[in-house]
Design a protein around this ligand. Structure first.
Ligand SMILES: Nc1ncnc2c1ncn2[C@@H]1O[C@H](COP(=O)(O)OP(=O)(O)O)[C@@H](O)[C@H]1O
Ligand SMILES: [Mg+2]
Length: 379
């Protein structure tokens, strides 16, 4: 389980540290920074896939996503214009879990002639045990091109000359001396993040799909029917029936297979035939997609949902909350929502974000001392 999340220098987040629970609900007004927190988690997940530098380049590079305000916090109402940056540009992300933690520090490339000037550089990475990457708990350390690991006999070098765009999780996960790297990578790869599952008229979830077992929902929802059928065949049929009954009383889900292709269909009271995937409303499809994400056979270590209430009718919120709560019994879940009713129905640990002088902060915290501790390794 992830116990603590730390983000620094990303969009509206200058410096944020939050503790997480088995079910954490992040709320806040529009523009308070909820999506920034979601996207920071997405970037951390990208670290597990060796994609972090490319993802940031796609977002326009570090300059496009880094915190645009002053380095130090300002008190409310105090002018910030004209403050001059003195430290290096850095975007830092970290998670601590009850087993292994991971932290990464990205910066601007040192001036060199290259066509890839949007690529940030990985300045540091740390794999650690404990609540944050303080020196005593560091197991693997990467500084620029050098990586080393702590052993009973002291520090042992793992590699030199690592490229600034390559993560140690990718380059050295197979290294005999540092099983922690594989562990940290596995942790990050076990996350599932769902944002804006498509429900429009041409959404992949509305198309017939190849009938092959699927243990996790594709990012675009293309294998919806297969994920639900796989869950049924693995014995989750009661949970699925309950999910349908809670949301659409008296209805039954059908997963017909024609010529090796399968679709979702919903038999509803008063209809002479089941409604097929292209006929389902956006809200119904969204609910089925989220249900599939919660019931998928492969249990991720973390599920993160960004505004799952989108296009969902308010009547479906209690049923959605029930699906999320039951998933949270076996998987850690973070829900980012601006819907007070969904937050209320979900319970769990509530983190309310707000903007102060353009900066995302946790509502109710008086100052930096209220923030859980997080010691970033110095550059
Ligand atoms: N680089 C940046 N530096 C500072 N603030 C930013 C930066 N990029 C975006 N923002 C601000 O962050 C907010 C975006 O927050 P977002 O996470 O999308 O909010 P929410 O999801 O809570 O509606 C906007 O108010 C935007 O002006
Ligand atoms: Mg948002």
């Amino acid at each position: 389980m992830i116990t603590r999340l730390a983000i620094e220098g990303y969009r509206s987040i200058r410096s944020l540290v939050v503790d997480l629970a088995p079910l954490t609900v992040v709320t806040g007004a529009n523009g308070s920074g909820k999506s920034s927190l979601y996207r920071a988690l997405r970037l951390l997940a990208d670290c597990g896939d060796g994609r972090i530098v490319g993802s940031l380049a796609e977002l326009g590079g570090l300059d496009a996503v880094r915190w645009a305000g002053p380095e130090r916090g300002t008190r409310r109402g105090q002018p910030t214009e004209g403050t001059v940056r003195s430290g290096p540009v850095s975007l830092r992300l970290g998670v601590a879990t009850d087993e292994l933690g991971y932290a990464i520090d990205l910066g601007l490339p040192v001036a060199l002639q290259s066509a890839f000037d949007r690529d940030p550089e990985i300045k540091q990475e740390h794999v650690f045990a404990g609540a944050d990457p303080r020196p005593a708990g560091v197991l693997v350390e990467r500084r620029r091109g050098l990586a080393r690991t702590r052993t009973d006999a002291g520090w042992v070098d793992l590699a030199a000359g690592l490229h600034p765009w390559a993560s140690v999780l990718d380059e050295l996960a197979g290294h005999q001396e540092a099983a922690e790297l594989a562990g940290a990578r596995r942790m990050l790869r076990g996350w599932r993040l769902h944002d804006a599952l498509r429900t429009d008229l041409t959404a992949p979830a509305r198309q017939p799909q190849v009938a092959t077992r699927a243990s996790r929902l594709d990012d675009d929802g293309a294998n919806l029917a297969a994920v639900l059928q796989t869950a049924v065949e693995l014995g989750w049929d009661r949970e699925l029936s309950r999910a349908i009954e809670d949301a659409f009383p008296g209805s039954a889900l059908h997963l017909p297979v024609v010529d090796g292709r399968m679709t979702v269909a919903l038999a509803q009271p008063g209809m002479l035939r089941p409604l097929t995937a292209p006929e389902l409303s956006d809200g119904t499809l969204q609910y089925l997609l989220l249900t599939a994400a919660m019931l998928s056979a492969e249990k991720p270590s973390l599920i993160v949902l960004n505004e799952p209430e989108r296009s969902l009718h308010a009547d479906l919120l209690p049923a959605l909350a029930e699906r999320i709560r039951s998933a949270a019994a076996s998987t850690q879940v973070i829900v980012v929502t601006h819907h007070p009713r969904l937050a209320e129905e979900l319970g769990g640990l509530r983190i309310e974000l707000e903007k102060q002088s353009g900066e995302t902060v946790v509502a109710g915290r008086e100052g930096p001392l209220d923030q859980p501790g997080w010691h970033w390794p110095s550059r």
